[in-house]
Design a protein around this ligand. Structure first.
Ligand code: ZN
Length: 107
């Protein structure tokens, strides 16, 4: 397994008011719920043809919370939000490289 491969495989995911992912290479990334919810990649939030964002970020409560999450195959995570929205799949690759986050590198 190359180091680059380990970079996009989660070792642990937990929620404590923010979403935390600890990756197999030891990195730890932290996501704000509101920033993640408003970046949802599903067809209700992004126009599939033009890639334009349909979702108005102002329509999402700042108190947005996570109710549940589930692995989708080995490539992503589906999140059930407190506003009932549950169709977006956040791929691990995009969680590393696209969605806003803080990174804590342990070593
Ligand atoms: Zn969505």
């Amino acid at each position: 397994m190359t180091a680059d491969f380990k970079r996009t495989i989660p070792e642990d995911i937990y929620f404590d008011g923010k979403m935390h992912i600890v990756w197999k290479n030891g990195d730890h990334t932290i996501y704000d719920y509101w920033e993640l919810r408003t970046a949802c990649p599903c067809a209700e939030c992004i126009d599939e043809f033009t890639n334009e964002r349909i979702l108005d970020p102002n329509s999402v409560s700042k108190d947005i919370d996570v109710h549940a999450s589930a692995y989708i195959g080995n490539y992503g995570l589906e999140i059930q939000w407190s506003d009932g929205h549950a169709h977006g799949i956040f791929t691990f690759k995009d969680l590393r490289d696209v969605y806003p986050h803080e990174t804590r590198t342990l070593n």
